[in-house]
Design a protein around this ligand. Structure first.
Ligand code: TXA
Ligand code: MG
Length: 337
């Protein structure tokens, strides 16, 4: 068991927090630190034992590679063999920011980071704290801060109990900016492919580089991590994708509430709920707000309810498509009424 320290990030603590994080990571420890998307469990890419500890701390399958985070473009030289033209355009437009690019990896890179693949996933996060750390100690590997399979952490409170004792330090920077992970995109062969949907939507990427394919829509081309059940609460979770027959839906609801406390997530559109035993969270019809609050809401309802029902989305384009991806992969069942 590690002795997990917590530092609350403020203007006053900022510099000391960076120093302490650097000291811990340089000596082979782990720190939960903020990025603009979700919190990450960070280790220095030059500390192989710490990289292995990340997999242990998360209970992460060893065939699921990590993302390397950089703070300056020249750090790419030591990590990748080549930066192609499409990547150059995406880097210029979206870095620092929630976009992860796949490159051919240099041979000296730790094979545990890449899970033995000949490619490496890299991004430049848009967050002063993590950039400050990387500026001083070089690139760090960081998966999302959560036990594998659970929703990613968007506040320290959400993850402290599952990761306490497994990391040396928590940096509490409040709620993250986006709440959904980065978009992972592979530009290495043919048309660019989104391997994991994320905070930057397909339409926004297509404005820069033309047509982009989605690898997670049934094709075999996708990130190793996306084959695992993910983002899932412990309680039974049902995504109600469409309601055409309102009566049937209300019957179902009434049936559920007989013996279960229902946790309810909806998106702006108010529906009449007569049952008392319902805890409802309105994620609104604003996709940015919904993305930011989704994981927290799942975690909250997982604690307070017996069953979680997620109502239909306002639409499935843009960022809603990434939100729906997480909902589908976190749900036990998808139902249409
Ligand atoms: O926003 C984010 O990306 C957060 C923050 C902390 O940066 N990180 C994150 O990491 O979500 P993680 O480990 O939870 O997800 C990394 C995803 C996985 O789906 C993994 O399979 C994929 O990236 N990935 C990593 N290396 C890859 C590679 N070489 N080829 C294809 N996919 C890769
Ligand atoms: Mg993750």
């Amino acid at each position: 068991m590690k002795n997990s320290k917590i530092i609350v990030l403020t203007e006053e603590t900022f510099e000391d927090a960076i120093s302490e994080t650097c000291q811990i990571l340089s000596s082979g420890g782990l720190a939960v630190i903020p990025t603009e998307t979700v919190y990450g469990i960070a280790a220095s890419i030059n500390r192989p034992n710490a990289i292995r500890d990340i997999f242990k701390a998360k209970g992460r399958p060893s065939d699921n590679p990590l993302i390397v985070h950089i703070s300056k473009l020249d750090q790419l030289n030591d990590l990748v063999k080549e930066v192609n033209e499409t990547s150059k355009i995406l880097i210029k437009k979206f870095w620092p920011g929630p976009m992860t690019l796949i490159f051919k990896a240099k041979e000296n890179l730790d094979k545990n980071i890449t899970a033995g693949l000949d490619t490496v996933a890299i991004r430049m996060p848009d967050n002063h704290f993590i950039l400050g750390v990387i500026d001083r100690i070089g690139p760090i590997a960081a998966p999302s801060a959560n036990i594998s399979g659970k929703p990613s952490g968007t506040t320290i409170n959400d993850i402290i109990y599952e990761l306490k004792g497994k990391v040396d330090l928590f940096i509490d920077a409040g709620e993250v900016q986006h709440g959904l992970e980065s978009t992972v995109i592979n530009t290495l062969s043919g048309k660019p492919v989104i391997l994991r949907k994320g905070s930057i939507d397909k339409e926004t990427i297509e404005k820069e580089i033309g047509e982009v394919l989605i690898g997670s829509d049934g094709s075999e081309v996708r990130s190793p991590g996306t084959k695992y059940k993910h983002y899932a609460p412990d309680k039974e979770t049902i995504y109600i994708k469409e309601i055409n027959n309102t009566n049937e839906f209300y019957d179902f609801l009434e049936n559920c509430s007989k013996d279960k406390k229902i946790g309810f997530i909806y998106f702006g559109k108010i529906i009449k709920l007569s049952q008392n035993d319902i805890i409802s969270i309105n994620l609104t019809d604003n996709s940015k707000i919904a993305a930011k609050k989704l994981f927290r809401s799942l975690r909250e309802l997982d604690k307070k309810a017996d069953i979680i029902l997620i109502m239909p989305l306002p639409n499935t384009s843009g960022l809603w498509s990434s939100i729906e991806d997480r909902i589908i992969r976190g749900s036990d069942k998808i139902i249409n009424f």
